[in-house]
Design a binder for this molecule. Structure first.
Ligand SMILES: [Zn+2]
Length: 56
């Protein structure tokens, strides 16, 4: 169910739809295909940090 979570590239809203229900922007999966289920929580935090840095 975590894999279904998407994040809007415009307003950072989390949604399970392809498009953001708030602004209509693209909602993309925040994690890569090689994402491991075993340490998903730890990697998720690292990934979130990377996404935040990429925005700058
Ligand atoms: Zn949005």
């Amino acid at each position: 169910m975590v894999q279904l979570l998407r994040k809007c590239r415009n307003c950072d809203l989390y949604t399970m739809q392809d498009t953001c229900p708030k602004c209509g922007g693209d909602a993309v999966s925040p994690h890569p295909a090689k994402f491991s289920m075993d340490d998903k929580y730890r990697k998720y935090k690292i990934l979130m940090k990377r996404l935040a840095e990429n925005k700058e």
